[in-house]
Ligand binder design. Structure first.
Ligand SMILES: *Cc1c(COP(=O)(O)O)cnc(C)c1O
Length: 340
């Protein structure tokens, strides 16, 4: 029997029955007036989890990142990030547009950078140079195939930022995958970062939403920036309820997605048409193909296995809560029997 297995992204999930029930029974109000108790509960819950003072519920991860960059820089400043960073590559040039800030790119290991890489790129005080004011890390790294930092990796970077009075922001769209893989505690993240973006609509399975976490003062300003970007939402508690449900029910299970990624990684390594599999650290499997990626994608699609290319000879599989064990088994059979 042909199944459908959608491995294009962990954003394709649909709300579960439990999540829909939570949404339907949410108590709501006008959040722009500060009167939506479910939104407030989500913001407080997420902030407490990460040891931060306050949170701001936003429609997307892009918005939380862009607001954070606006909060932590002034026009004419420069931020430092890896060349694969989502904030630079996949947010439509928003760093320049929203914040009038330039970007200094590093060449990290699957998107992971070190204090040694950052330090020489911090500009000296000189009118020729933009003022370096912010470092942005991503955990896990999307383009790195779900590679992740431990808190021990992050500490020297946080120390360096403190030494040079730089702000440190975390694009944590998949931070819960990093926590599942490393065993680090979420609450310790608050010690190192000035801002943290978490996404509820990736592996956690909510239909919409991200939360920016920071100090009370930063969030107060962030609320203004969200408004000016058109992100002030009214009875958003229906969406926040999905987020609360996701934090309560869909964090523990991320380990299953990681195990599924391992299974698919092993199956791919056996395929004659696969030239290299990037070791899957979390829920993403990146691999290189000996023939054009689009040919493989078409053939997989005919068998119900949907995926995307990230380069002419590179394909990405992303595991998530709507990929069940029997679908993983089915995908393995399809991979084994694919005629190239
Ligand atoms: C998906 C993602 C985001 C935010 O994306 P939205 O689609 O705007 O919610 C941010 N950073 C990373 C690393 C992502 O993968």
């Amino acid at each position: 029997m042909q199944l459908t297995v959608d491995l294009r992204s962990d954003t394709v999930t649909k709300p579960t029955t439990g999540m829909l029930d939570a949404m339907m029974s949410a108590k709501v109000g006008d959040d722009v007036f500060g009167e939506d108790e479910t939104v407030t509960a989500l913001e407080q819950k997420a902030a407490a989890m990460f040891g931060m003072e306050a949170g701001l519920f936003c429609p997307s991860g892009t918005m939380t990142n862009q607001i954070a960059i606006k909060c932590f820089t002034q026009p004419l400043d420069e931020l430092i990030a890896d060349q694969t960073a989502h904030v630079y590559r996949y947010e439509g040039g928003g760093i320049a547009f929203n914040s009038a800030v330039s970007t200094r790119l590093l060449n990290g290991d699957r998107g992971r950078v070190t204090a040694e890489m950052i330090e020489p790129e911090i500009n000296a005080e000189n009118v020729h140079f933009p003022r370096t004011s912010l470092v942005v890390l991503e955990n896990t790294v999307n383009k790195g195939g779900g590679s992740c930092y431990t808190l021990a990796d992050i500490k020297p970077i946080a120390d360096l930022c403190q030494k040079h009075s730089l702000k440190l922001h975390l694009d944590g769209a998949r931070i819960f995958n990093a926590l599942a893989a490393t065993g680090d505690n979420a609450i310790d993240y608050g010690k190192y970062f000035n801002g943290i973006s978490i996404c509820l609509s990736k592996g956690l399975g909510a239909p919409v939403g991200s939360v920016l976490l920071a100090s009370k003062e930063t969030i107060q300003y962030a609320r203004r920036v969200r408004k000016v970007l058109g992100g002030g939402m009214r009875q958003a508690g229906f969406l926040a309820a999905a987020g609360i449900y996701a934090l309560d029910h869909h964090v523990e299970r991320l380990k299953i997605d990681h195990a599924h990624a391992q299974i698919l990684g092993r199956a791919l390594a056996q395929c004659s048409w696969v030239s290299h599999v990037v070791p899957p650290d979390t829920n993403i499997v990146l691999f290189d193909t000996a023939v054009p990626a689009d040919d493989i994608i078409k053939k997989l699609d005919q068998k119900g296995v949907r995926c995307m290319s990230t380069g002419p000879n590179r394909i990405r599989f992303v595991l998530h809560l709507d990929v069940h064990p029997e679908q993983v088994e089915y995908a393995v059979v399809v991979l084994r029997n694919l005629e190239i």
